[in-house]
Design a protein around this ligand. Structure first.
Ligand SMILES: [Zn+2]
Ligand SMILES: [Zn+2]
Length: 96
């Protein structure tokens, strides 16, 4: 499966999710979580942070999201967490 970086129409494609996440952390600005203020890399890790640390209701309030936006992100999160090496993921989150 190919992983495409969707930040600001970047469109870079990677063969594995670890490379895509490393790219997003390196090449793009970090963002502050609108809910708790933690600074996280944009893209997959930002979604991972939001959906594992906060409730759907908090997400909707902070980001003015609709249910379609939530479904899209939940699907992406599923794909990422099933594909990624958990140790890599932990390391990426720990280094932020
Ligand atoms: Zn990118
Ligand atoms: Zn947060």
């Amino acid at each position: 499966m190919a992983w495409e970086c969707g930040i600001d129409g970047c469109g870079s494609v990677f063969e594995d999710v670890e490379s895509a996440i490393a790219h997003q952390a390196d090449a793009h600005e970090r963002r502050e979580c609108e809910i708790c203020g933690t600074v996280v890399p944009d893209g997959f890790l930002a979604i991972y942070h939001t959906f594992t640390n906060h409730s759907r209701a908090e997400y909707v309030r902070a980001y003015d999201a609709d249910s379609a936006a939530i479904r899209t992100r939940e699907k992406l999160l599923d794909d990422v967490t099933s594909a990624i090496d958990q140790e890599v993921l932990a390391e990426m989150l720990g280094s932020s």
